[in-house]
Each structure stands twice: as C-alpha cells, then as structure tokens.
Write a protein that binds this ligand. Structure first.
Ligand SMILES: Cc1cc2nc3c(=O)[nH]c(=O)nc-3n(C[C@H](O)[C@H](O)[C@H](O)COP(=O)(O)OP(=O)(O)OC[C@H]3O[C@@H](n4cnc5c(N)ncnc54)[C@H](O)[C@@H]3O)c2cc1C
Length: 380
C-alpha cells in the first residue's frame, strides 16, 4: 500500500476545496451548518446543492459510467468525503445515498429498482432514510418485529422503527421488515415515505434536528417490486451496506484538523510546552493517524474489489477512540474551543458521541472484532 497521495490526488483535493469555496454561500457556516444536516433548512439546501455537485461531476464520480459516474477509484471518493466533512457536510443526508445506498442497489437491486433510484440519487436531489432499528432491536437487529405480510403481488407492512435519521424529510426509506418466522427471515423494501400509513414522530436529543424520530407503519401497502433481493435473505445485503457506513464518515480528518487548531491556541497562550499537554496531544495524534491509516486499509480493500471485512470495525473503533480522546482533551484544556459557537466543532462533539452508538455500538464493534479477527466464540 502506498501511503503518500499522488500528484493527481492532491490536485483533486484542491479541486474539491475550490469547488466548495465557490459553491457554498457566505452564510453556510453561520446559518446552515449550525442547524445540522437533518434540519429542514439543510435538507432544503442539500436538494439544491446536490444537483450543483452532480453538474460538476463531484457527486457520484466513483460510480460506473452507466449510472452517471466516471468509475473514479474509491480514494477520490474518500478525498471528497474528507473535504465535505471538514466543511460541515453540505451534502446533508445524501452522503448515505452516494456512499452506500446507491452502491448497494447497484449490487443487489433489480434492473427496475436501479433504473428508478440510481438516476435520482446521481442527480443529487433525493433524500433517503434507513429503517433498521426498533425499540427492541438495535444491537440485536435480527430481533426486529416490523412485519411484511404477503398480500396479492405485494406486502402489507406493520410495525415501528426508531432513531430513523432524516425521516421527517426523506423521500424514501430503506426499510427492513420480517417476512417469515426464522430469526433472520428479514427482507429489505424501498418504500416512498409518502405511502399512506406511514407516520413520523420526531423527538429531541443530543444530536441536531432531524436525527431522532419514531416511524410508525400501519397497514402500509408495498408492491413486491419494492423488495431488494430474495425474500427473507436480506442479511448479507445489510452487512454489506453497514460495512460501508462504518467507515463512511471521516471523523479522523476533522478531528486532526481541530486538534491542530487547539494546539495553535495553546501555543498562542504559552501553554504549548506543558509536558502533560504535549504527552496528551502526542497520544491523540498517534490515534488519529492510526484511525486514518486503518480507514485507508479499508478503502484500499474496496479499491481492489475485496469483500467487506472486520477491518471496517477495527477502523471504526480506532476513530471513535481518537475522537473521544480529543473531545475529552478539549474539554479539559481548551474548553472555550468548544464553547465559541464553532458549528463544525459542536457537531463533531455531539456527532462523536452518537457515532459510538449509530451503525452498531462501540461494544458491538468489539464483539465483531472478537469473532471476526480473533475467532473467539459468540457467547450467550
Ligand atoms: C444519532 C443516531 C442516529 C441513528 N440513526 C439511525 C437510523 O437512521 N436508522 C436506524 O435504523 N437506526 C439508527 N440509529 C440507531 C442505532 O443503530 C442504534 O441505537 C444502535 O444499533 C444501538 O441499538 P439500541 O439503541 O437499541 O441499543 P441496545 O442494543 O439496546 O444497546 C444498549 C447498550 O447495551 C450494549 N449491548 C447490547 N447488546 C450487547 C452485547 N451483545 N454485547 C455487549 N454489549 C451489548 C450496547 O453496546 C449499548 O451500550 C441511530 C442512533 C443514533 C444514536
């Protein structure tokens, strides 16, 4: 693996930065970014911003040409993701569409589903949500109770989801529902959110607007053509999508930049030479660099077409720990850094707490490493 960026990759990063400078409005950092990317304003912004990125070839460049891309390698997509995240993720929830929902449909969707959805995702103005978790099924996702009963050529869905980010404004839901009696007898459905019988109830929480919601499904009629893959065989598809999600948000990149900013402040204040601070900072830098390189291991595997592996969990854990260490350090040594109204820093702080839960908790990732990398037994 070559760790240095090539001249072309550096030029691409500069190109992305220039495009963001040009496309983001002056009030992006003061009006939009502070609201979080699940908020009404940012979703509306995302629907306008996505087509502009698409026009410049910056939305799905890593997709194949048949779906609007240029088959750019996954490295470019990561460079783009790092720069987007550093600017407060102006793509909004569309980061999910281009990074894993679209690719999952390319791999597992029917030609009709691909035709219906990939073009819309590539055009940059469609919002999705993911309906996985339920009140009794989070870490143990296979315990989900939402049921899709066969009816005519389709299904009728009843049940409840929870924590469904972006659902108040989403156009479609990537929905998991039970279709049989076996524990993993679960199917995926692509469901328009305006289908009668769907009700979204937001609730407040630590993370910004739009993230935490309950979604109720009451006699929701879904055509058979909305099912992705074979009936009751969704587990491998979910695993595929989740492995992308786990390395989907480059927090190490933002964290490292925020740390550099804090170090500059400590230096200005004459505290940069404090041995305790130096030791703490040194350890955090080491963890961020480890997180970055472990994420790049996963990107490298992806670039080579390798299947998802436990390395995604290792990378997620390392990034989470680095980010937690950073926010603890900031709170102890540079608390004003967190209180100065910096939207990116605030989102980073809140989002990092959520990131140890969403897409599988910290403990779940450890369990997966124990099983997948160490071959330890599953336990009871
Ligand atoms: C900000 C945010 C956004 C989210 N967005 C979405 C979304 O869009 N769509 C969606 O479907 N879900 C979403 N989630 C839900 C998320 O996937 C779940 O919260 C997560 O899977 C944990 O499930 P739970 O909340 O039911 O906790 P539980 O599974 O009940 O876990 C509670 C605690 O017990 C621990 N635990 C449970 N089982 C084990 C075990 N076997 N071994 C060790 N420890 C264990 C967990 O690690 C955790 O600390 C989101 C969550 C957050 C915080």
């Amino acid at each position: 693996m070559e760790f240095a960026w090539t001249a072309d990759q550096q030029a691409y990063r500069a190109h992305v930065r220039d495009a963001l400078d040009e496309l983001l409005p002056d009030n992006w950092g003061t009006h939009y970014a502070p609201q979080g990317y699940g908020s009404a304003d940012q979703i509306a912004f995302s629907r306008e911003f996505g087509p502009k990125l698409a026009e410049r070839g910056l939305l799905v460049r890593h997709w194949p040409a048949e779906w609007g891309g240029e088959s750019a390698d996954p490295w470019e997509q990561f460079i783009l993701a790092e720069e987007m995240k550093w600017r407060g993720e102006p793509r909004g929830p569309q980061y999910m569409n281009v990074n894993w929902l679209g690719p999952t449909l390319m791999k597992h969707g029917t030609p009709e589903q691909q035709q219906e959805h990939l073009g819309r995702i590539a055009s940059g103005n469609v919002i999705w949500c993911q309906g996985y978790s339920e009140p009794g099924a989070g870490t143990d996702l296979a315990a989900l109770q939402t049921r899709a009963e066969p009816k005519g050529n389709g299904y009728v869905v009843n049940g409840q989801k929870i924590w469904t980010s972006y659902s108040p404004f989403a156009d479609f839901c990537f929905l998991l529902a039970r279709t049989g009696s076996g524990r993993k007898d679960i199917s995926i459905f692509l469901v328009p959110m305006d289908t009668p019988g769907i009700e979204v109830k937001p609730f407040p929480g630590l993370v910004g607007d739009g993230h935490l919601n309950e979604v109720f499904f009451t006699d929701v009629e879904v055509p058979g053509s909305a099912r992705v893959g074979e009936e009751g065989k969704a587990w491998d598809i979910i695993t595929y999508a989740l492995s992308f999600e786990r390395v989907g948000i480059p927090r190490y990149h933002v964290g490292r930049k925020l740390l550099d900013r804090a170090i500059a402040q400590l230096d200005r204040e004459g505290r940069g030479n404090d041995p305790i601070i130096k030791a703490r900072v040194g350890r955090i830098v080491a963890k961020f660099e480890a997180a970055r390189l472990l994420t790049y291991v996963v990107v490298d595997q992806r670039a080579k077409g390798a299947p998802p592996s436990v390395d995604a969990n290792v990378s997620r854990i390392t990034a989470s720990e680095a980010c937690t260490d950073l926010t603890n350090f900031l709170m102890e040594y540079v608390p004003d850094c967190l209180a100065d109204g910096d939207a990116i820093l605030r989102e980073f702080h809140r989002g990092n707490i959520a990131a140890t839960i969403a897409a599988g908790t910290y403990e779940l990732q450890l369990n997966m490493i124990a099983r997948g990398a160490l071959d330890l037994p599953r336990g009871n």
